[in-house]
Design a protein around this ligand. Structure first.
Ligand SMILES: [Zn+2]
Length: 256
């Protein structure tokens, strides 16, 4: 009997710690799980508002970032006559080189140009900064702010630095967004909204169902990175479409 009594507190402790662990794991999973903010109808209405923009500027780190994450939205904007300007900070030279190109930077730029033609970009500003060092490069923000001043966008697109959708993170994805937002935070009233993509707190949904094939074709131009495929992209954005009741969607968190 004494031995049994001595064990009981241990069992209770084990149970207590088990519950604490379960709560922590559940809480963590909940915090990192993508969650739509508001209703699907509200998100789609906010997407329509986004598609009414006339001049947009998207800032990304690598060739193929645009086409993977927001290619459908950019194509929809171009279809409505918007001036779609994009900044690609690096030539992605640390990424895969599936074609064994001797001049990977030149190959990547040509692929980005081909993708841009399919997706209707007005202009591609390639900064040629070092891959995995672009956001920290002292030239990054001055270059981007100069282009911003020339373009005068009424909406900007960057990665979501605060609530990135897992699992893929890259120092120049979230870093470039953080740098841009330092600049944007200091702008006076009347500044354009910033649409953050690869987010796990989306409140804006753009229905890209009618342009999904064009998006896939644009993405497939990045042969040196993806071998000419679209590597599961359509499945990924079908899942996002499912969150708002359409076939395919791209989702954003908006800062105003
Ligand atoms: Zn990238």
């Amino acid at each position: 009997m004494p031995r049994l009594n001595a064990r009981k507190p241990n069992r209770r402790n084990a149970l207590r710690w088990g519950l604490v662990l379960l709560a922590l794991l559940t809480g963590t999973a909940f915090a990192f799980w993508p969650r739509l903010q508001g209703t699907p109808a509200q998100a789609l209405a906010a997407g329509q508002e986004l598609l009414a923009k006339k001049t947009v500027l998207a800032v990304v780190a690598h060739p193929d970032d645009l086409e993977w994450y927001i290619g459908g939205t950019l194509r929809e904007l171009a279809n409505r006559g918007a001036d779609v300007q994009v900044v690609v900070a690096t030539d992605g030279e640390k990424g895969p080189n599936r074609v064994k190109s001797p001049d990977l930077a030149a190959t990547r730029r040509a692929e980005q140009a081909a993708a841009g033609t399919i997706n209707g970009y007005t202009r591609i500003h390639s900064l040629g900064l070092p891959d995995r060092g672009a956001a920290a490069d002292p030239r990054f923000l001055p270059d981007v702010t100069r282009i911003y001043g020339e373009v005068k966008p009424d909406a900007v697109f960057v990665f979501d630095p605060a609530y990135p959708a897992l699992p893929y993170l890259h120092v120049d994805h979230q870093g470039s967004a953080r740098e841009f937002l330092k600049f944007w935070d200091r702008l006076p009233a009347g500044r354009p909204p910033v649409y953050l993509f690869q987010t796990r707190r989306p409140g804006v949904a753009v229905d890209i169902s009618t342009v999904i094939d064009t998006k896939a074709k644009a993405l497939a131009q990045h042969v040196s990175q993806n071998g000419g495929g679209s590597s599961g992209m359509t499945r990924f954005f079908a899942a996002d479409g499912g969150r708002v009741g359409v076939a395919y969607a791209e989702l954003f968190r908006v800062l105003r």
